[in-house]
Design a protein around this ligand. Structure first.
Ligand code: CUA
Length: 329
């Protein structure tokens, strides 16, 4: 029994949507990339058909007894110049004419009005994302989630904290390398509020695939409120004193919690209770998830740089998890 063509087609097109699809653009830079993609597909399909057509025509070619050898050579030369130089030349020039302005839009050039867009700094680590929001009112740091205002351009300054990573939000545009010791800049914009997936796009070690970034574009006022809420120490529920003390003793050297600890080695945990995922997209944030992550993180994400907590028993890990879940802006 044959598979229906419609089923095959829908399977094929399933790759064109979803949170990582460049063919489902949600901002001006990504739209350019999508247009370019379709343009290239059309141009190269035509070139392909042309090549196949010429090849098939060559089989049917007959000698023309009335043509002299020099005439034959001239005809052959015309084919070579036309098909080998002119046609590819025109195709490449056309693509260049579309490609250069598309690339230009990704550059952090001065805006027409002279004002400069908001800057968000992103640092790639093995295997998590550090996101910093420099601001006159003080810096806000988050991990594995990025909030941005929708409807306005944002300049991303990206760098690598250890090895080379790459910042890529497929539906908004990109991607750009994150190189240790160097800051690369890219300008992206989201048309409307929404959630977008971002992924590390440069092989950076064993857990490269589990380096997901949750990107959320918000209405500008909502974004300002989001940022303001993170400038002060997080709200936390009463009655977690033991867990907090255990955290300070065992975790504070690597993790920062606003108003409590200042470790910068690992992800900032100040608003961890409000995040969508844990372990850079390894598991959904839900009740008991942090305790499970603490107990099994080397099984869930082998090789990650957080040490095993063998010295802490299940009860202590569960207590820390329960307390961390209450940390919200
Ligand atoms: Cu980080 Cu791949």
């Amino acid at each position: 029994m044959g598979v229906k063509p419609a089923v095959l087609l829908s399977l094929l097109l399933a790759g064109c949507t979803g949170e990582h699809s460049i063919l489902d653009p949600a901002g001006p830079a990504a739209r350019d990339v999508a247009w370019l993609w379709w343009g290239m597909l059309s141009a190269f399909s035509l070139v392909f058909l042309g090549v196949v057509g010429t090849w098939l025509a060559a089989f049917r070619r007959r000698e023309h007894p009335e043509r002299s050898p020099s005439e034959e050579r001239r005809l052959a030369l015309r084919w070579i110049l036309g098909g080998g130089i002119l046609l590819p030349g025109v195709t490449i020039l056309l693509l260049l004419a579309f490609g250069v302005p598309a690339g230009q839009r990704l550059l952090p050039l001065p805006l027409p009005g002279g004002e400069s867009p908001r800057t968000i700094e992103v640092v790639g680590h093995q295997w998590w994302w550090e996101v910093r929001y420099p601001d006159e009112a003080g810096e806000v740091v988050t991990a594995n989630q990025l909030a941005m205002p929708a409807g306005e351009p944002v300049d991303f300054h990206v760098t690598g904290g250890d090895v080379i990573h790459a910042f890529w939000v497929p539906r908004l545009g990109g991607k750009i390398d994150m190189l240790p010791g160097r800051v690369n800049r890219i300008r992206l914009e989201a048309d409307d509020p929404g959630v977008f997936g971002a992924q590390c796009a440069e092989f950076c070690g064993a857990q490269h695939a589990r380096m997901h970034l949750h990107v959320e574009a918000m209405a500008p006022e909502e974004f300002e409120a989001w940022l303001a809420a993170r400038r002060s120490p997080p709200a936390q529920a009463e009655g977690h004193d033991v867990a907090r003390e255990t955290f300070v003793e065992h975790c504070a050297r690597c993790h920062r919690v606003e108003g409590l600890s200042d470790g910068r080695e690992g992800p900032d945990l100040s608003d961890i209770g409000s995040r969508a995922t844990l372990g850079a997209g390894v598991m959904a944030m839900e009740e008991g998830a942090i305790a499970r992550w603490l107990a099994e993180h080397q099984r869930l994400k082998p090789g990650n740089h957080m040490p095993a907590h063998d010295q802490l028993d299940t009860e202590a890990l569960e207590a820390i998890g329960a307390w961390l879940e209450t940390l919200r802006p």
